[in-house]
Design a protein. Sequence first.
Length: 116
Amino acid sequence: MSRGPESKIVAAIVARLKALKRAGAPIWWAKLHGGPMQRAGLPDLLILGVGQLYAVEVKRPGGQATPLQLRELAELGAAGAVAIVATTRDEALGPLEARLKCFGRFHQRKERRDER
């Protein structure tokens, strides 16, 4: 069974997050899978990086978030998250990567204790 366009975009986003993590970026993420025990309308991905939460709803190119998804994103935004509807990996991760570069945490490796 082939994956749909949204699944391919999510896979590209997660692959980039894994690469950033391997490079030392201080990030955490979770892919949310809808179900009967989960609140409806939650975004596809929650990403935390350098003290900022990113709530990402992934849509195929030309796709639109539902009114319920937009309400959830608005609530997350009002609470301080960066709420994003993305159709590409770069749309989803652009704000996070800009923040990582701004804080200089993207290319740095942790210092060894004896080098301080």
